[in-house]
Design a protein around this ligand. Structure first.
Ligand SMILES: NC(=O)c1ccc[n+]([C@@H]2O[C@H](COP(=O)([O-])OP(=O)(O)OC[C@H]3O[C@@H](n4cnc5c(N)ncnc54)[C@H](O)[C@@H]3O)[C@@H](O)[C@H]2O)c1
Length: 252
């Protein structure tokens, strides 16, 4: 097992990619904290892992709220032990063309993706330094490189996450704490609007035709590089962005 007894926090793990990562980590022997704002999905995800014989806990948390993050980190420590792996995964979208975007839409997205990732980074860093071991995975997106029409808030946050990744990698490397980012692509609740809206049918057809692998991924295969980045297998990898998109970045 690649993550035997490691304590892992995965934010936004009630559904989508976060949930798949939590399952993959649990299968590799990690003790998994499902950190989630939505109580019903978070509790269900933790129960499913426990029913399968894994060690897991649901910890309610709004990552955008500093106090909520600090309290959640404390709960994880007292329930599962010192935090060794952090996956900053929680995310939302609030799309609008830039001339119509409200300050509220801007702030909501920045608060969750950027401030939430920073709150969790600070919440765990001292115990990782004390242990001289840690793995931190930030979640960026192809929109950091390409931009995204109607998502200036989201692409700005995902670009900023890359700056955090590289700076944290440089500051924390001497403590054997590796910091990397992922840029995933997977069918989830978040992408449902684009995937199902008839307005985007033509764009989807073109993307499918050009996609190097000609298919969407299973969530389980999207989760595998997260296992690599959390394990000893990645012991000489830090400050990188790993695209988990079947090569679709190549044909945009
Ligand atoms: N799906 C994709 O194709 C794709 C592409 C690029 C990047 N991403 C990123 O991957 C991550 C996961 O996305 P997903 O597609 O699985 O989305 P999703 O909508 O399926 O899941 C997001 C999870 O985050 C939780 N969440 C939202 N706000 C929260 C908060 N304030 N506090 C705690 N939890 C919160 C939600 O309840 C949900 O469980 C996100 O950061 C997203 O931006 C996804």
């Amino acid at each position: 097992m690649l993550l035997k007894d490691r304590v892992a926090v995965i934010t936004g793990a009630g559904m989508g990619i976060g949930r798949a990562v939590a399952e993959a980590y649990a299968r590799e022997g990690a003790k998994v904290a499902i950190v989630e704002r939505d109580e019903s999905s978070g509790a269900a995800a933790a129960e499913q892992l426990k029913a399968a014989g894994h060690e897991a806990a649901f910890v309610a948390c709004d990552v955008a709220d500093r106090e909520s993050v600090l309290a959640a980190a404390q709960t994880v420590r007292s329930t599962l032990g010192p935090i060794e792996i952090l996956v900053n995964n929680a995310g939302i979208t609030r799309p609008a063309m830039l001339h119509k975007m409200t300050v509220e839409q801007w702030n909501q997205v920045i608060d969750v993706h950027l401030h939430g990732s920073f709150h969790w980074l600070q919440a765990v860093v001292e115990e990782m330094i004390a242990a001289q071991w840690g793995r931190i995975i930030f979640t960026s997106s192809s929109t950091a490189q390409n931009g995204s029409v109607g998502q200036i808030n989201y692409s700005a946050a995902k670009s900023a996450v890359l700056g955090m990744t590289r700076t944290a990698a440089r500051e924390l490397g001497k403590h054997n704490i590796l910091v990397n980012a992922v840029a995933p692509s997977a069918p989830t609740d978040m992408t449902k609007t684009v995937m199902e809206d008839p307005k985007f049918a033509e764009m989807r057809a073109v993307q499918k035709k050009l996609h190097p692998l000609r298919r969407s991924p299973e969530l389980e295969e999207v989760a595998r590089p997260y296992v690599f980045l959390a394990s000893e297998m990645s012991s000489y990898v830090t400050g990188q962005i790993v695209s988990i998109d079947g090569g679709s970045m190549l044909v945009r």
